[in-house]
Design a protein around this ligand. Structure first.
Ligand SMILES: [Zn+2]
Ligand SMILES: [Zn+2]
Length: 357
């Protein structure tokens, strides 16, 4: 697509809602302790508040409970990764269409997480019409990272209780824990306790999300494993082995690891131009793999922004996708933080690494 046409898509749709940030930090400057949560009462998304950090929540003192391993998950994850490593050795000998199919599956299932579970269902940063929601729920099932309801509950807890024991992938517990370890052990009691209190009524009321949850196991078996393996084998005569190890195991483990890097690397490595008081960081490499989700200091500072970045299409395939959907009339009411609010935040709480221009 020529550049001017792309520009057209971006600028001609004016349904974006620009919003200003909640005023909480301004009021902190006097040095008094202010109950920040009450200040969010005029949040830009009246229906959605439980992804805003709760500054009053802190870990309780006391010993960390003993890790309880979930052996089924450990064994399945290990087998998947061994299969993926073997898949790498088969890449040079697989058919071109198989490679193309695996790449397509990577991108579509990635969007099911980023544009679907994350920006639409966890944060409500834009609205989608039914055909787009159906596409996203299918793409999300292809990615098999738990159903949307569970993903969103974990993710809202991750934002609200960041870097505490109630954060399911608390990055204070190290790279491995926040990357994959959290999926291999029983949840910390604080995650269960605080997770139960989150407002999930919007998702409970959404029939499509509940439908996916109800039929999740047959859905994921079909869309994450059976379909991607059978298509190359049946349609262009790929060997069953290449189909299984490259298009299924290797592709699935790459999407998983790209997503996990947002929780691990983007909470540990990178600058914090918007808020130096939180752990999440701007990480371009993560953005490349996770189709636009690496601008993570911005995202935790402004979780209601549909681009999850100060910029739109800069290393952000997900925003490009949402904008294309808006051009087709399938996405609307995209929330965007005003430039003035971003600059004010940078000035107040940034780490000084911000380059203007
Ligand atoms: Zn995060
Ligand atoms: Zn998020």
């Amino acid at each position: 697509m020529p550049a001017h046409m792309l520009q057209e898509i971006s600028s001609s749709y004016t349904t974006t809602t620009t919003i200003t940030a909640p005023p909480s930090d301004d009021l902190q400057n006097g040095g008094e302790k202010v109950d920040k949560t009450s200040l969010y009462s005029e949040d830009i998304r009246p229906e959605m508040k439980d992804d805003i950090r709760d500054p009053n929540y802190e870990d309780e003192e006391g010993p960390v409970p003993k890790l309880e391993y979930v052996w089924r998950n450990i064994i399945l994850m290990a087998l998947l990764h061994v299969g993926a490593l073997y898949g790498i050795t088969l890449v040079p000998t697989c058919k071109f269409y198989t490679w193309l199919w695996a790449c397509m599956y990577y991108v579509v299932s990635g969007l099911g997480i980023t544009a679907g579970a994350h920006r639409l269902w966890s944060h409500r940063t834009y609205k989608a019409r039914l055909p787009l929601k159906i596409f996203l729920i299918i793409a999300n099932t292809m990615a098999f990272q738990n159903d949307v309801y569970e993903w969103a509950r974990d993710h809202r807890a991750h934002h609200k209780f960041s870097e505490t024991h109630a954060d399911p992938h608390n990055s204070r517990r190290g790279f491995f824990f926040s990357h994959v370890g959290w999926l291999l052990v029983r949840k910390h009691p604080a995650v269960k306790e605080k997770g139960k209190l989150l407002d999930m009524s919007d998702l409970k009321a959404e029939k499509l999300v509940m439908f996916q949850r109800r039929y999740y196991i047959p859905g994921l078996l079909l869309l994450c494993f059976i379909l991607p393996t059978l298509v190359p084998w049946y349609f262009w005569g790929e060997t069953f082995q290449h189909s299984l190890y490259v298009a299924t195991f290797l592709r699935y483990s790459l999407v998983l690891n790209a997503t996990w890097l947002v929780n691990s690397a983007a909470h540990l490595y990178g600058y914090r131009p918007y808020d130096k008081n939180i752990n999440s960081r701007e990480n371009i490499l993560v953005s490349l793999g996770a189709v636009g989700e690496g601008f993570h200091n911005y995202h935790h500072s402004f979780p209601y922004d549909y681009s999850a970045s100060e910029y739109r299409w800069h290393i952000n395939l997900t925003t490009f996708f949402i904008d294309c959907m808006a051009a087709l009339g399938l996405a609307y009411d995209r929330k965007r933080v005003s430039k003035a609010a971003v600059l004010a935040k940078i000035k107040r709480t940034g780490d000084g690494s911000y380059k203007s221009g």
